[in-house]
Design a binder for this molecule. Structure first.
Ligand SMILES: Cc1cc2nc3c(=O)[nH]c(=O)nc-3n(C[C@H](O)[C@H](O)[C@H](O)COP(=O)(O)O)c2cc1C
Length: 216
């Protein structure tokens, strides 16, 4: 049976664009997969602990050699990994924080790199999983802008996910989300560009599912 893992990582619950877009993606996915199932995890509301030494060592020690703290850490790791192993597809709502991904997502990404579960003898085991990031950022980072190349999420993610074999990675982006809200940006009169960017992101999700439906 087909299964979607839906993650969110914005600290905002009201007004988050990345959450709205990931929810739109999940709705479209449900419509396209009537028999499918979805697991939802909110990495901001219910953050995973950072990968510490107990959690790391638990992945390389035999079960009988683990301390109780290592065993507890391993159980959380297995819960998070099982959610991913069950999925054919993942969608992640992801804001830009200080030019990179939220640390809540980094904690998740550190948990899923586990020899024997997501990495085998020949490398990452999750080549069948496709992942879409619905991203939001306050400023403009497009070609020719002063901050072109300053958004470090995609370059990092494209490398980081290969550790577990995921190479089917897509980004559906909206930007200029602070065009009206930020006193520094408001005089630039970018409200229409903000609206267009969001409309384009919704349209990109709809186009993706229309394309899949046409190919089915
Ligand atoms: C802690 C923090 C750091 C941020 N850093 C950046 C940044 O580096 N660049 C940027 O363009 N916007 C930045 N923003 C703005 C967010 O990317 C923007 O509000 C985005 O819409 C957040 O995603 P959301 O709408 O899903 O909550 C930051 C916001 C917060 C709260």
């Amino acid at each position: 049976m087909t299964h979607l893992l839906h993650l969110d990582s914005s600290m905002r619950t009201e007004g988050s664009r990345s959450r709205k877009l990931s929810a739109h993606f999940a709705d479209a996915w449900r419509a396209a997969n009537p028999g499918g199932t979805v697991t939802y995890r909110d990495l901001a509301a219910d953050p995973l602990p950072h990968l510490d030494q107990d959690a790391f060592l638990a992945n390389v020690l035999a079960p009988e050699d683990r301390t109780p703290a290592q065993q507890a850490a391993r159980e959380l790791t297995e819960t998070v990994v099982d959610e991913l192993l069950a999925a054919d597809e993942v969608v992640v709502g992801m804001p830009l924080y200080n030019f990179s991904a939220p640390t809540t997502f980094k904690a998740w990404s550190d948990r899923i790199v586990v020899p024997g579960l997501t990495i085998g003898e020949g490398g990452g085991l999750l080549g069948r999983v496709r992942i879409t990031f619905t991203t939001a950022r306050g400023g403009g980072y497009g070609p020719g802008t002063p901050r072109e190349g300053w958004d470090h999420r995609a370059p990092w993610l494209l490398h980081a996910l290969t550790a577990v074999g995921i190479t089917d990675v897509r980004f559906i982006e909206t930007e200029l989300t602070l065009a009206r809200e930020s006193p520094a940006m408001a005089p630039l009169d970018l409200g229409a560009a903000e609206d267009k960017s969001l409309a384009d992101a919704y349209a990109a999700i709809d186009a993706l599912f229309a394309e899949r439906s046409a190919a089915a």
